[in-house]
Design a protein around this ligand. Structure first.
Ligand SMILES: *[C@@H]1O[C@H](CO)[C@@H](O)[C@H](O)[C@H]1NC(C)=O
Ligand SMILES: *[C@@H]1O[C@H](CO)[C@@H](O)[C@H](O)[C@H]1NC(C)=O
Ligand SMILES: *[C@@H]1O[C@H](CO)[C@@H](O)[C@H](O)[C@H]1NC(C)=O
Ligand SMILES: *[C@@H]1O[C@H](CO)[C@@H](O)[C@H](O)[C@H]1NC(C)=O
Ligand SMILES: *[C@@H]1O[C@H](CO)[C@@H](O)[C@H](O)[C@H]1NC(C)=O
Length: 273
């Protein structure tokens, strides 16, 4: 899912701006006024797809472009304030993100929040922005839990994991895999757990139509016995479909199992699943 990461930042900003423009249009008599965006993202750790080094240039370009056209936000100047959600160890920190959100809100009274860019940091900030009635635009809130209705202030900039689940459901329906699906994913049970949240989207959707699900969880940061995983796929995944997450060598190895040879001959790229 790395493909849409970088390109999506600009549209997300423009989406906010179009909204702001409508609001701004109502107060033409005010003189130059700042419209502040509050940005909370990991500052340096580019292991996170939405780290500032990736998103920052797009945001700066969007701000420059908007401010260069006086007809877009008449009598207003768009600015942004950035604070990092990264702790000293370089990890996305939910407590830090929440503190930064409160600081930015009290200091600058922003019109919108951009980020946070991680799941666990998006959660507390999403609750605050809902309470403050300020839009929060992020790519970091794609987990199923954000669908529950307690985060109405959040706008996702890309497809959520629920959408991924619906996509998986369609593929299962297409191939007639209605009984038994095996989910294989790596999970360190710490930090942002992207594979866990991605697979959760499939789990929720497939469960909803009564497909039996088997899970195999492995930890990437420990030695992995791929033979055992392949054996599990052969024994438990037969007649169903294995869905693999986040570990390339596993996907390559599993592509040798009978079910996935079938996927390949039908033109399905299992590695991208
Ligand atoms: C707008 O923001 C700039 C900093 O970018 C600041 O110098 C200026 O005082 C602000 N203007 C208002 C009206 O708050
Ligand atoms: C947030 O960023 C500003 C600079 O933009 C900095 O002055 C401030 O100290 C930061 N806040 C915290 C809590 O680090
Ligand atoms: C990110 O790197 C800059 C420059 O090396 C440093 O000043 C800053 O403290 C770092 N931020 C975090 C959150 O570690
Ligand atoms: C779900 O599957 C179970 C076991 O096969 C079956 O007993 C049950 O009736 C099914 N429920 C629905 C809603 O299809
Ligand atoms: C890995 O799993 C296979 C199949 O169960 C087993 O034969 C083998 O001994 C295991 N290897 C290790 C290093 O545990």
């Amino acid at each position: 899912m790395a493909g849409w990461n970088q390109g999506a930042a600009l549209p997300l900003v423009l989406m906010v701006l179009l909204d702001l423009q409508r609001v701004a249009g109502r107060s033409p008599h005010e003189t130059q006024k700042n419209i502040t965006l509050a940005v909370i993202l990991p500052q340096n750790n580019t292991n996170y797809p939405w780290a500032w080094p990736r998103v920052g240039p797009a945001l700066e370009r969007a701000v420059r472009t908007v401010n260069a056209d006086a007809s877009l936000l008449p009598d207003h100047v768009l600015i942004y304030r950035f604070n990092s959600s990264e702790d000293k160890g370089g990890v996305c920190s939910e407590s830090l993100a929440a503190l930064m959100a409160v600081d930015l809100k009290l200091t600058y009274d922003p019109w919108a929040f951009i980020g946070p860019g991680c799941s666990y940091t998006s959660s507390p900030v999403g609750l605050f922005t809902t309470h403050w009635d300020v839009p929060m635009v992020t790519a970091g809130a794609s987990a199923v839990a954000f669908d529950g209705g307690v985060y109405p202030s959040i706008t996702n900039t890309g497809p959520t994991h629920k959408k991924l689940g619906k996509f998986a459901l369609r593929i299962c329906e297409h191939f007639g895999w209605r009984e038994h699906v095996m989910l294989i994913f790596s999970d360190k049970k710490e930090d942002d757990r992207p594979c866990y949240f991605a697979v959760e989207g499939l789990h929720a959707e497939l469960e909803s139509i009564n497909i039996t699900l088997e899970e195999r969880v492995f930890a990437e940061n420990k030695p992995v016995n791929y033979s055992q995983i392949i054996l599990d796929i052969q024994n438990d995944g037969r007649g169903g479909s294995p869905w693999k997450f986040c570990e390339k060598s596993l996907a390559a190895a599993a592509a040798e199992t009978p079910t996935c040879r079938e996927c390949r001959t039908k033109g399905l790229n299992t590695e991208s699943i």
